[in-house]
Design a protein around this ligand. Sequence first.
Ligand SMILES: [Zn+2]
Ligand SMILES: [Zn+2]
Length: 256
Amino acid sequence: MRIKVLGCSGGVGPGLRTTSLLVDDEILIDAGTGVGDMSLNQQRRIRHVFLTHCHLDHVCGLAFLADNLFDLIDRPIEVHATAETLASVREHIFNWKIWPDFSTLPNEQEPLLRWRKVLTGEPFDLEQGRSLIAFPVLHTVPAVGYALQGQRGTFVFSGDTYADDRLWSALNRLPRLDKLMIEIAFPDEQAALGHASKHFTPALLGAELRKLEHRPKLYLTHHKPGCEPAIEKQCKDALRDWDYVHLQRGDTISFS
Ligand SMILES: [Zn+2]
Ligand SMILES: [Zn+2]
């Protein structure tokens, strides 16, 4: 199982792309601006897209992916998300105003995109011994994280989230948790903004992690552009007991 980080920033700028993870060359988890760095051939190989929530930094690449692949693929890309997230992207993006409804193009029988409702807690089989399961997280809109279980270990992506016991109890229920990609958007001095926008800060994540019964390696993500130095400095103290890295675009997380 190989996860390539196409984007993991909380914003855009030189060298920065928003959240998108490419799993084994055929699955995207979120479709932020990182999607734009894939070649057409790489884009053609995508079979599934799993969305954590409807925010633009996590879904905007889906619009361009569908447009690029018009006439280039012969079966739909399955777009998996909760009912709330699907309703939002359909109503507000693929609505024939912001963008065409690619779930009806080129025709309704064989469209470019096919919407698939995700139910939290129900595993989705991805073949080759892999499965993916969604769990609810706390954010300003309905949101989920995903646990990707393979034969050699379990990778979890929290999506955008905040302090919430449901997160830790979902993770504690997993039989194993080897690698946890989790967000820190703001430094501690912006904790009020983090609370309002439901994003972690270093001190809050450090305190919340005491509820986690697994001991995964941490992959920190979604730092807002310009906040990286302060977040990195504060993590040295807040996460001093943890094995962690600040994830960068282009990094690969693999299980071997
Ligand atoms: Zn968000
Ligand atoms: Zn985000």
